[in-house]
Design a protein around this ligand. Structure first.
Ligand SMILES: [Zn+2]
Length: 358
């Protein structure tokens, strides 16, 4: 599994190094466009045999680019040509990026060394504390320098090998508006509950605070950055929830069962309303990603009837509306609706142990 670590280049970058980056971005862009042109002139070649047709010529033209970087440019060109929709229009590459393979750069404590314009170039970086463990423990892949908002960033991809984990339990995650998340295991124990009301209210408050702050910031300076916690509260909360769910899974050696909301998306009115209120899809993705990173298996199930089924006797109450408490007409079980849902979700994967069956 791959993860991209994006880091900002420090302002202490020397002017000389900055000029070399600028020159390299231009050279790389031109090289990609030259590769595209050569491919088209030779009958739209989209394999690496393209190298035969233009390497010598471009090697001379772009003597400042490392030969491996020139081949990276070719790969980018091939990618563009493959995804080009019609062969009538010549596609053009206009991004500010340049790529290096892992054997061509070196990472030190707070800087990278890359060959630019035929010279070793030191690029100072802000490396967040949480990235250090990835950079130290995993195999580093491709490095990309790119420009965004008039400044430079470096992205390094790392290959993560999740730890092996023996799974002995199952936890189900029920998502909703009233209760944001309820997590339960197949035995019926409630392990986590996050109320939706608090979060939606806090979101509104933070969005208001953010708009006020931003207005104030604009008045005094053009480029003040306001923390991501304000800017994107819902994604930040999703991150925290996902972390918590994965912690629970780790603690109970459990696999995670999620609702496959994608499948039924757009079908029911109430569900569409739910998606407008909160980025649930993002939350599901975050839980999946963090779980996989920790070697925890994730299963997505069809959530059909999970909230209408009695978690004790299995009776399906099709008349159920929006009651918060599920009362089973057959066995009389009274249980919180979302907890009931979470238990049923967990049990969709492994049949309940014999002592729990009716
Ligand atoms: Zn029942």
């Amino acid at each position: 599994m791959k993860k991209s670590l994006v880091m900002k280049v420090r302002e202490s970058l020397t002017t000389h190094a900055q000029m070399k980056i600028e020159q390299s971005l231009v050279d790389f862009r031109n090289a990609v466009n030259d590769w595209i042109r050569i491919s088209i002139n030779n009958g739209w070649i989209t394999t690496r045999t393209l190298q035969k047709f233009g390497y010598k010529q471009l090697r001379e033209k772009y003597s400042n680019l490392y030969s491996a970087v020139l081949l990276e440019a070719m790969d980018v060109a091939i990618g563009i040509l493959k995804s080009a929709k019609s062969k009538g229009i010549v596609p053009e590459f206009d991004a500010d990026v340049i790529c290096f393979k892992n054997q061509h750069y070196k990472l030190h404590s707070s800087r990278v060394i890359v060959p630019l314009c035929g010279e070793k170039t030191y690029i100072p970086l802000y490396i967040p504390k949480k990235f250090r463990k990835y950079l130290a423990n995993y195999k580093l892949g491709r490095l990309t320098i790119f420009k965004r908002d008039d400044w430079y960033y470096i992205s390094i991809s790392v290959k993560i090998e999740p730890p092996e984990r023996k799974v002995t339990n199952v936890i189900g995650v029920d998502l909703g508006v009233y209760n944001f998340v309820v997590v339960a295991d197949a035995k019926g124990r409630e392990l986590l509950r996050i109320s939706g009301k608090d979060i939606i209210e806090r979101k509104k408050l933070l969005e208001y605070k953010y708009s006020v702050k931003q207005q104030r910031a604009r008045r005094y300076s053009k480029n003040r950055v306001i923390g991501h916690k304000y800017k994107n509260y819902s994604k930040y909360v999703n991150h925290c929830i996902a972390k918590k769910v994965v912690e629970i899974a780790k603690k109970y050696n459990a696999m995670v069962v999620l609702e496959n909301l994608k499948r039924i998306r757009g079908k029911s009115k109430s569900l569409r309303r739910l998606f407008r209120k909160w980025p649930y899809f993002d939350l599901i993705q975050k839980i999946e990603y963090k779980a996989k990173e920790n070697g925890i298996p994730v299963v997505k199930i069809n959530p059909r009837n999970t909230s209408k089924t009695c978690s004790r006797c299995g009776y399906v109450d099709r008349k159920l509306k929006n009651e918060r408490i599920f009362v089973c007409p057959k066995c009389g079980l009274r249980i919180d609706r979302d907890l009931n849902g979470a238990i049923n979700i967990a049990r969709k994967v492994v049949p309940p142990p014999p002592y729990l069956r009716a």
